[in-house]
Design a protein around this ligand. Structure first.
Ligand code: 13P
Length: 334
């Protein structure tokens, strides 16, 4: 029987001492696109080699309190023969698992998505808990334009987030609840703020209705930025003000931590914005990062699949972590 204090302890451990999370949980389809973009064939072995490179970089545990894995990786060994989960655990990094089955077209709502993966989730959580995984992630995808999202898309995704989060807590894993409002498109920052606020408010409402303990949840969200294709791009101070405003309006102080995805912002932009957000602290919750692309993009390009590039790729990853860690303390400079 999991107690709330176990969940709280896990959440605290992941975000202790300014540490953040590496999202290394790309589905096979997603990592295949990223590997092919740097000329690497997406075989199971190459995916294992790249993730091994990340997890065995010197001193990663100083910046990373948690790593989110994909199911395939959980069942792989690192190159030295130790299980991937055990490799992280020995370094003092909490291993987590993406459990959603991806965002699929929402029938009847063109351009909108709903995340699948609830069927059989209780049994999967039991297995993941036995494999040593201590937190989980479920991502929903909300399209943003002047017309979208519809209230229905917000509602069905928030409902699924809460069903997932309740099952995670039942199994003793901390749920990362990640409703991502997608910042593609030419909307301005006002629209980003409005939608992000609606989505986070609905998500918290469903967590309450479904008796999820807010003290044992981490929220992962987008920063409130201008749509990437918009003419006017808000700078870090405006992004930070709007992001903090939306979070303070929607996320109760009972929630121990909020982490940001990088969402396809370039590395420097993501960190300039994170730094500006950190400078507005302290906040009622711990704030940190949970990046995939902004941490992995450069090391993957440097590696490009070649054994002789591993050391340089690990250096590139260590640099990304150092800069992101500095941004997380409000101590970043480009
Ligand atoms: P990005 O940082 O690449 O947006 O990925 C974070 C993530 O985990 C999205 O689900």
């Amino acid at each position: 029987m999991t107690t709330l204090s176990t969940l709280q302890e896990t959440a605290r451990e992941i975000l202790a001492d300014g540490k953040g999370i590496l999202a290394a949980d790309e589905s096979t389809g997603t990592i295949t696109k990223r590997l092919e973009a740097v000329g690497v064939e997406s075989t199971e072995e190459n995916r294992r080699r790249f993730r091994d490179l990340l997890f065995t970089t010197k001193d990663v545990e100083q910046r990373l309190g948690g790593v989110i894995l994909y199911d395939e990786t959980v069942r792989q060994d690192a190159l030295d023969g130790t299980g991937m989960v055990e490799t992280l655990r020995r370094r003092g990094i909490v291993p987590g698992i993406k459990v959603d089955a991806g965002a699929k077209d929402l029938a009847g709502f063109p351009g909108e998505k709903v995340t699948e993966g609830l069927d059989g989730l209780r049994e999967r959580f039991a297995e993941y808990a036995a494999l040593g995984l201590r937190f989980a992630k479920w991502r929903s995808v909300i399209s943003v334009s002047e017309a979208l999202p519809t209230p229905t898309a917000i509602e069905v995704n928030a409902h699924a987030q809460a069903r997932y989060a309740a099952l995670a807590q039942e199994a003793g894993l901390v749920p990362i609840v990640e409703p991502e409002s997608i910042m593609d498109g030419d909307h301005g920052i006002d629209r980003s703020a409005e939608v992000t606020e609606q989505v986070l408010a609905a998500t918290v409402e469903h967590l309450r209705r479904q008796r999820v303990a807010l003290e044992g949840v981490l929220v992962k969200t987008n920063m409130v930025v201008s749509g990437y294709a918009g003419a006017d791009q808000a700078g870090p101070d405006e992004v930070a003000d709007r992001t903090v405003e939306v979070l303070r309006r929607t996320i109760p102080a009972a929630v121990p931590g909020i982490v940001f995805l990088s969402g396809g912002q370039d590395d420097a932009q993501a960190n300039a914005n994170l730094d500006a957000i950190a400078r507005r602290g302290p906040q009622p919750w711990t704030i940190s990062f949970s990046y995939a692309r902004a941490l992995q993009g450069r090391p993957m390009a440097v590696w490009a699949g070649a054994e002789e590039n591993v050391a340089a790729a690990q250096d590139a990853f260590a640099t990304r972590l150092r800069l992101t860690g500095a941004a997380n303390r409000g101590d970043w400079s480009s």
